[in-house]
Design a protein around this ligand. Structure first.
Ligand SMILES: *Cc1c(COP(=O)(O)O)cnc(C)c1O
Length: 434
């Protein structure tokens, strides 16, 4: 039998770190990365034949669980007609229509291939539409890996402890202003000092790449009112939260009730149903600044690929109100049990939770976690032993304490029970960590 170790050893010789995306290398939890070969419902199976309850969900897309029959069927039907034509295709407008029916502020939509491309395009569009240069982002918010957005970027970057990234020029970094999340006065100061030059504020709808960090009441509205007052755009990055937190994303749980809308949204992950699709969307007059109707260039060989569109359409069609109710309820059960297990083991912690997205932070109950500094100050060393005890028991958690845990519609009582029964020993391992 080929072991995970054999596969990793071979991969390390062929690919930097043996992976194609850094967090997969288990750098922050140690040990040998697990090579998965199949996914079904809430379960993944590795190359050694071991089955895990999956709490990564392909980093978000697997809202319905792995290998959902209707999604596979839609993909197979699309594949049978050809893998892509580099032309317009009827399913592009079908997916765009599904997005707009859920998020009316997404008046027009441009499909792209990754979340990185969506936010990069949104920033370029904001600069083109406003004629201004500066972008404001929040420390610990991850918006993909385009140069200007890599400053203080959370998750993978937080895990590796890189100060941004090598290879990003001073000039590029200097056009991004980074401030602490949830810091109202810093945001006001930035606008007081640079208001004339700010093209956009980009924010995660609710940050979930430095662990989950809820926006304080009124924070998103403050971004909205300051950008509006200064002729800047608000870019609401819903790549992770879009069609996951509610059927209308985090906006559906906030802006819709509070009566505000961002200028631009970015979507990814769930929108592609597991295949590479993402989108930038927003107000018609801004979106029409994109080529070919406007001067802001964007293009993509695989943008709107018919197989990816089919996966996205099938996923959104099956992401019903019951799906969200189910995932929300299971998230409550898991977080209650997680908190109880950690408390029983005497582990100081906070459960960081927004709707059905959550993470744990260790040693943070005094300060709470409201920003990146607090997220980074936690006792990260407790997560490796916790993670490996869960892994041993057949539960696949994100291999970094800075990542959210993802449940799906397929996580039934049996899958949740396996998670719950693994938690006490993992909590004890966290307690003993040093
Ligand atoms: C995952 C993510 C991205 C980047 O998406 P990729 O498809 O990995 O490029 C951007 N923004 C947020 C909020 C994300 O969670």
């Amino acid at each position: 039998m080929t072991t995970n170790q054999d596969l990793f050893t071979a991969a390390q010789n062929l690919m930097p770190g043996g992976v194609n995306s850094p967090v997969r290398a288990f750098g922050s939890v140690g040990g040998v990365p697990v090579s998965m070969v199949a996914g079904n419902g809430p379960y993944l199976t590795d190359a050694e034949g071991k089955e895990y309850v999956d709490l990564v969900g392909s980093w978000g897309p697997a809202l319905l669980g792995h290998s959902h029959p209707a999604v596979l069927e839609a993909v197979r039907a699309a594949v049978d007609k050809g893998l892509g034509f580099g032309t317009s295709h009827p399913a592009e407008a079908q997916l765009a229509q599904l997005v707009r029916s859920r998020v009316p502020g997404a008046e027009m939509i441009r499909m792209v291939s990754t979340g990185t491309e969506a936010t990069m395009t949104a920033i370029r569009l904001a600069r083109g539409a406003t004629g201004k240069n500066l972008a404001v982002k929040f420390a610990g918010c991850y918006h993909g890996h385009s140069d200007g957005l890599l400053a203080a970027a959370g998750s993978g970057v937080a895990t590796l402890g890189l100060p941004g990234s090598a290879g990003v020029t001073q000039a590029q970094a200097s056009e991004t202003i980074v401030i602490e999340y949830n810091d109202r006065s810093a945001l006001q100061t930035v606008f007081a000092e640079h208001g004339e030059d700010i093209a956009a504020v980009i924010t995660e709808a609710t940050p979930a790449n430095m662990g989950v960090v809820p926006p304080e009441a009124g924070f998103n509205q403050l971004i909205r009112s300051l950008t509006e007052a200064h002729g800047a755009l608000m870019i609401f990055d819903e790549v992770m939260t879009g069609f996951r937190i509610t059927e209308a994303g985090y906006w559906g749980a906030s802006g819709r009730e509070e009566g505000w809308e961002p200028d631009l949204f970015t979507f990814g992950k769930v929108i592609g149903g597991g295949l590479p699709t993402a989108a930038v969307a927003g107000r018609r007059e801004i979106m029409e600044q994109l080529a070919p109707t406007g001067p802001v260039y964007h293009a993509g060989t695989l943008s709107g690929n018919p197989v990816a569109m089919a996966a996205g359409v099938a996923t959104l069609q099956h992401a019903t109100a019951e799906v969200y109710q189910h995932i929300d309820a299971k998230a409550q059960v898991v977080t209650d049990a997680l908190a109880a297990a950690l408390s029983d083991a005497g582990v100081d912690h906070t459960i960081q939770k927004v709707g059905n997205l959550f993470s744990v932070a260790f040693g943070t109950s005094q300060s709470g976690v409201h920003n990146y500094s607090q997220a980074q100050a936690q006792e990260t060393f407790r997560y490796g032993p916790f993670f490996h005890t869960m892994l041993e028991a057949g539960v696949y958690l994100p291999p970094s304490v800075f990542e959210a845990w993802f449940l799906s519609a397929a996580h039934d009582d049996a899958a949740v029970e396996r998670i719950l029964s693994a938690l006490p020993a993992a909590a004890r391992a966290a307690a003993e960590a040093s």
